[in-house]
Design a protein around this ligand. Structure first.
Ligand SMILES: [Zn+2]
Length: 116
């Protein structure tokens, strides 16, 4: 007996998520990677997700970039969000150390940016 193989190409779930989150026209919220993966990246200060994922610290009411040098919060005190707007809508304030609010798209005509 012959078992037919699926003719559809295999799509790596991680790749599928990445492609979805990169689509600017998607009406859906971008899907974040698994929270445990993100927390591991936070602990190790991995920059793989820097700029794409924000960490909201519920114990302090502050949100950070993943690569922030502030003390690593406890796992139960963190929530991961995909955008600055989302964090602020939830009442979190931007961390003064890593300035996640500067991840926002620069406004047209702004000339205050200085390279350091
Ligand atoms: Zn920070």
């Amino acid at each position: 007996m012959i078992v037919e193989e699926w003719s559809q190409p295999f799509v790596n779930p991680t790749e599928a998520l990445r492609m979805r989150s990169l689509s600017p026209l998607s009406p859906e919220k971008p899907m974040l990677p698994d929270p445990d993966t993100l927390y591991a990246a936070l602990v190790t200060r991995e920059d793989r997700f820097d700029g794409r994922v924000l960490v909201c610290v519920t114990s302090t009411g502050i949100y950070c970039r993943l690569g922030c040098s502030a003390r690593t919060p406890l796992r139960r005190n963190v929530e991961f969000r995909a955008s600055v707007e989302e964090c602020e809508a939830l009442g979190f304030r931007a961390c003064k150390r890593c300035r996640p609010d500067q991840m926002r798209a620069p406004r047209a005509g702004s000339s205050s940016f200085t390279a350091s």
